[in-house]
Design a binder for this molecule. Structure first.
Ligand code: NAI
Ligand code: MG
Length: 505
């Protein structure tokens, strides 16, 4: 990582990032931070193989693809490319493990493995966090303080369920579903793996997991942890590759259930491919979350929650609050506070402990963010960005607020998955709810007000799977997460999440 990136305190978008526009305002950072590099140094392996039947095996085609560090565009490792034959081998291994071992094992025994996995993850949390930040670009304070504790918490929580499933669904005897295909995205690589693997194992299923092609490294380190925990061979198999590998897995006749998190576009393809089959399906897709700030809200608290909810982790969050509805009376104050706060955000080296906004995960994602922001400006929005010198190499985007957005703008409708907040206004509570609901998505929302009664009235009308009030992006394994409308169906977490990994009929 060049030193320049570490010290980057933020401030001036490069003209290449955003087209010059009279409507663009720039303002500077207030101070510079000294670099505070992460002290744990981990070097990824030069090459990672597939994990099938409890062993690391070479892909049958002999092909590998590279995974980059998005902060400097340098190759980190080569990752095995799984094709149909490898997917077949992984599904067969999962079937054997289901029939011979895992499907028959008592919940009490399964729970012991899950507890063991959770404890080993805790022991190795720091090195896993470093690998996650290297491969995906997220700041170390996110991977270390949010992702990894949540990963361990998911295994602990579901370990506790394994021997209590008979009490979870009143009057019903839950049975495992069988072989689960799990396809996950790049924004929370290890956490999405944990969300999917832990409940599936607790319920007695076996798994073929496919990580995202830009962030496979931590999944392969998780495979080592599974070996260390002596999880029986074939209970979890991991195949790496891109969309084609995912498609082969989805279409495999030996799969009983598919759990997918990713884009709405691919979610729709998977829904079509599984229609008319006996496969159980859960989809967690995109979002276009709205924050509603009423004029009686604690404004500093609200602004802090909104900033965290869209800028930390580069906005690579399906429940990122990318639309902000502000009641007209406090509009000017809120904009001033947002503007002041974004000028203090630090963009740069993901492995610097001071960094708030790391690297955008891939060039494709950066291009998507740029094009949506360009469209927002072209459609009449006003772009507020701190002036920042972004590192020359790597994928970067300065934190951006776009005001003057209206509901018909693309930026208010399409998922952006980047550090960009669109601001809209409203007069009455009913108008706020109606406009917040005006999107094809329905994953999450945030409500900010001093009045408890207003919170309840508002959340009962919002069409979103999760609504946070006077806080944002708070997660717990006991709490179900999932969406309405084009954000998908099925829940993950809590007792509702378990329901999608059992048969009750
Ligand atoms: P994507 O949906 O293509 O990728 C997610 C996963 O699906 C990856 O593992 C990928 O290899 C796999 N996949 C791709 N095509 C597949 C197919 N035909 N069958 C089975 N699996 C397939 O998402 P992508 O292209 O990385 O991101 C595009 C947009 O999707 C983002 O800009 C963002 O708006 C949204 N997204 C939403 C996420 C969420 O958490 N809801 C996560 C990632 C992306
Ligand atoms: Mg990578």
């Amino acid at each position: 990582m060049p030193r320049k990136a570490k010290t980057l305190a933020v401030v001036a978008h490069s003209p290449a990032v955003i087209p010059a526009s009279k409507r663009t305002l720039s303002f500077g950072a207030k101070w510079q931070y000294a670099p505070a590099p992460e002290s744990v140094v981990v070097k990824p392996d030069a090459r990672y193989e597939l994990f099938i039947g409890g062993k690391f095996v070479k892909p049958k085609s002999g092909q590998y693809f590279s995974t980059l560090n998005p902060a400097n565009e340098k190759q980190l490792s080569e990752i095995a490319l799984a094709e149909q034959a490898d997917v077949n081998a992984a599904v067969s291994a999962a079937r054997r493990a289901y029939d011979n071992v895992w499907g028959k094992m008592s919940g009490r025994e399964r729970g012991k493995y899950l507890f063991r996995i959770a404890r080993i993850i805790q022991e190795k949390a720091r090195e896993l966090a470093v690998l996650e930040s290297l491969d995906g670009g997220k700041p170390i304070k996110e991977s270390r303080d949010f992702d990894l504790p949540q990963v361990a918490a998911h295994f602990f929580y579901h370990a506790g369920w394994a021997d209590k499933l008979d009490y979870a669904f009143s009057g019903k005897m839950p049975r495992p579903v069988g072989v689960c295909a799990q396809i996950i995205p790049w924004n929370f690589p290890l956490l999405m793996a944990a969300w999917k693997i832990a409940p599936a194992l607790a319920c007695g299923n076996t798994i073929v997991l496919k990580p995202a092609e830009t962030t496979s490294i931590t999944a392969m380190h998780l495979a080592r942890i599974l070996q260390e925990a002596e999880l029986p061979d074939g209970v979890v198999n991991i195949v790496t590759g891109a969309g084609e590998t995912g498609r082969a897995l989805v279409e495999h006749a030996g799969v009983d259930k598919i759990a997918f998190t990713g884009s709405t576009e691919v979610g729709k393809l998977i829904a079509k491919a599984t229609a008319g089959t006996n496969k159980k399906l859960a989809l967690e897709l995109g979002g276009k979350a709205a924050h509603i700030i009423f004029d009686d809200a604690p404004l500093d608290q609200a602004v802090e929650g909104i900033i965290g909810g869209i800028f930390f982790n580069q906005g690579h969050v399906c429940c990122a609050g990318s639309r902000l509805f502000v009641q007209e009376g406090v509009y000017r104050t809120v904009i001033k506070k947002l503007r002041d706060r974004i000028s203090t955000l630090r963009v740069g080296d993901p492995l610097d402990k001071n960094t708030d906004i790391g690297a955008i995960n891939s060039r494709a994602q950066l291009d998507k963010i740029r094009s949506l922001v360009d469209a927002g400006v072209a459609e009449g929005g006003e772009l507020l960005q701190p002036r920042c010198t972004l590192p020359e190499r790597g994928y970067w985007f300065a934190p951006s607020v776009i005001t003057g957005v209206t509901a018909s703008h693309r930026i208010a409708q399409e998922e952006i998955f980047g550090p960009v907040l669109s601001v809209l206004t409203f007069r009455t509570p009913d108008e706020a709810v109606e406009r917040a609901n005006n999107t094809p998505y329905g994953l999450s929302a945030g409500v900010w007000t001093d009045k408890g009664s207003k919170i309840f009235k508002t959340i009962s009308k919002l069409r979103a799977g999760v609504v946070w009030a006077n806080t944002y992006n708070k997660f717990d394994p006991t709490s179900p997460f999932g969406g309405y409308k084009e954000s998908g169906f099925g829940r993950e977490g809590g007792i509702h999440g378990l329901a999608s990994y059992v048969r009750l009929d």
